[in-house]
Design a protein around this ligand. Sequence first.
Ligand code: ADP
Length: 249
Amino acid sequence: ELALRTANQRMEEFLGMVSHELKTPLTSIKGNTQLAIRQLKSNMQAFERIIGLYEATEQQSRRLNRLVDDLLDVSRTQAGRLELIPGPCDLREIVHEVLQEQRKMWPGRIINLEMSDDITLSLYADADRIAQVITNYLTNALKYSEADRAVAINVQCKGQQVYLAVCDEGPGLPKDELERIWEQFHRVPGIEVRSSSHVSQAGLGLGLYISKTIIEGQQGEVGVQSTLGIGSTFWFCLPLCSANKAEPI
Ligand code: ADP
């Protein structure tokens, strides 16, 4: 009975948080659209302001989309239906694509890349899902650290594995949180968003859980090293495969 009560209480807290997180972008979308209509009616020359309003609206819809995607993914993992579509892919390309997109989202932030160009990084994996994990690590690193702090991606091969790590100089995590952060809906008390792009603000505590499910579903491992007050390094490793044989080694 106690377990049931605790589960109900967690669900209630979660629903409260979800409604709040979904409502914030919705309110902004509604407000921007109403303002744009009013501007259009009153002054046909106000194009620049209207473009600004629609750009903000688009960013909020993207944010809403990400929240809904996370919720869908988590309900799929619970039903054992998170689909992974593996194929031959190159981690180097995936990293470059994610980086290009994130640099656009976070202009002014320093995101360093340490990845040797003379090794092949062939994987037999679901490229879109791997991109989702890197994006999640990277947006967490960016949003939980101050805007003047650099973030780095480090990629290296170790034997038949490739390791990717995202390092930040954010708040760091207490030891007893290092396991719990991978649980669904878990957010560390006291850790606040310190800088935000319009798309990546507070989340639902689902990104790391989904990332772990994706990586472990492809024979990989995830982990974190963190020191309170210094920063965190979130990493994953995946098996490499030979470039001309689309099979894991
Ligand atoms: P969220 O969408 O809330 O960021 P995640 O599952 O991605 O969900 O992360 C879970 C929690 O772990 C976050 O709410 C935050 O408290 C903590 N966390 C994740 N990444 C970092 C980081 N790089 N630095 C400090 N805390 C982090």
